[in-house]
Design a binder for this molecule. Structure first.
Ligand SMILES: *Cc1c(COP(=O)(O)O)cnc(C)c1O
Length: 380
């Protein structure tokens, strides 16, 4: 089965890990700092703070934003549940504005309509790697005094008007899970230009403690103070070294993803039953995922049958994402999926096709051929 995504590791990654084992630092050592500096440089941000996962990075951003009970954050229903959960962790309430039909990105008008006197932040997601409408969201955030937190788990290496994702929002959260662009095993990062937010992120990562072990050691003291509730969300040197090694190949891996997507876009152009993803002018997607939407009126069957038929062809299709308000946790919290009709309708037609840098042109042809075969067989 051709998976929808998988990591690529090579001898440079192996060497980086062996170097860490020999370095004497397994965690909180120099490899973490090096990885943070590499990400900050890459995305053009003043600060980068590493975390043990993308979810921890989102949680830390929500905490650094000062979110608490009674606060609201406007976000998208079409994402991995970690996006909205990060708001729940702080006792605040995610408010789902709908997505726009063409791009499946957070709809700016609906976002504006969802802002209330309790809103503290906007939390868009760069779905599949295409940056959200960051300019319009920035204007909206500024005019209401809101923080802009970007879930960029899909979009490391993407740009908006030539500016890199990671330098655009007040805080930008990345993930280094193996299916993402940089595979550290587990890992995450928040980038920001704001010194105060960066300091809060660092403190939150380490139990809310005021100074790191190394700072205390260098001052020759055992003393430290716990200033706020924090967690152990530290990233290890092993993960950091693997992440930094992978980051060095980011451009090549995105280039390969773009070449694969170009073949898909061309190959599906003639298929009536397949709606291809669209990218807005001025935005360069990093192509984490390639999602098609089925034109169900051109098919005699539903998405499930197409999904099963593609799996039977050994194509590891997937679906991103089940709208967050559909999950029982969110229903129990009183959310109604119908409140986001665009996400609901589009979800029923979404299929994620395999996309990862190690895919060969033959793999791409296999996917094109399988999709053509299945939608032709089911076509009406
Ligand atoms: C992967 C992902 C996350 C969570 O990242 P982890 O590193 O797996 O914790 C959050 N948001 C989105 C949109 C993601 O795709």
């Amino acid at each position: 089965m051709l998976p929808y995504a998988t990591q690529t590791v090579d001898e440079r990654d192996e060497r980086a890990l062996l170097d860490v084992l020999a370095s004497g630092w397994l965690t909180t050592g120099p490899a973490v700092r090096r990885f943070e500096e590499a990400v900050a440089t890459r995305v053009g941000a003043r600060h980068a703070v590493a975390f043990s996962s993308g979810t921890a990075a989102l949680h830390a951003a929500a905490a650094a934003a000062g979110l608490g009970e009674g606060d609201e954050v406007v976000t998208t229903p079409l994402s991995f549940v970690a996006t909205a959960n990060s708001v729940l962790y702080q006792g605040a309430r995610p408010v789902f504005a709908d997505v726009e039909r063409e791009t499946l990105l957070l709809d700016v008008e609906r976002t504006a309509a969802a802002v209330t006197s309790a809103t503290r932040a906007l939390l868009p997601v760069d779905f599949t790697g295409q940056p959200c409408d960051i300019r319009a969201l920035r204007e909206l955030a500024t005019s209401h005094g809101l923080l802009l937190i970007e879930d960029a788990a899909h979009s490391l290496g993407a740009t908006f008007d030539g500016r890199p994702v990671g330098s655009l929002a007040d805080m930008t959260c990345f993930s280094f899970h193996p299916v993402k662009h940089v595979a550290a095993g587990e890992g995450g990062m928040v980038t920001t230009d704001d010194e105060q937010l960066a300091a809060r992120l660092v403190r939150f990562r380490n139990h809310g403690i005021s100074a790191s072990f190394r700072e205390r050691a260098s001052r020759g003291t055992w003393e430290y103070d716990v200033e706020a509730v924090g967690f152990n969300y530290r990233l290890s040197d092993l993960h950091s070294a693997l992440g930094a090694s992978q980051l060095a190949r980011l451009d090549a891996s995105i280039e390969r993803r773009r070449a694969i997507v170009a073949r898909y876009q061309e190959g599906f152009a003639s298929l009536d039953a397949v709606e291809r993803p669209t990218t807005r002018p001025g935005r360069e997607s990093s192509w984490h995922l390639y999602t098609i939407r089925l034109r169900l009126d051109r098919l005699g069957v539903g998405r499930q049958q197409v999904f099963d038929a593609l799996r039977a062809e050994n194509i590891g299709v997937n679906v991103h994402y089940i709208p967050i308000p559909r999950h029982s946790l969110y229903r129990q919290l009183g959310y109604r999926p119908e409140a986001c009709p665009v996400a609901e309708a589009e979800y029923e037609r979404l299929v994620t096709l395999p996309l990862f840098p190690a895919m060969t042109d033959d793999d791409v042809d296999d996917v094109l051929e399988a999709v053509r075969k299945v939608v032709t067989a089911y076509g009406v």
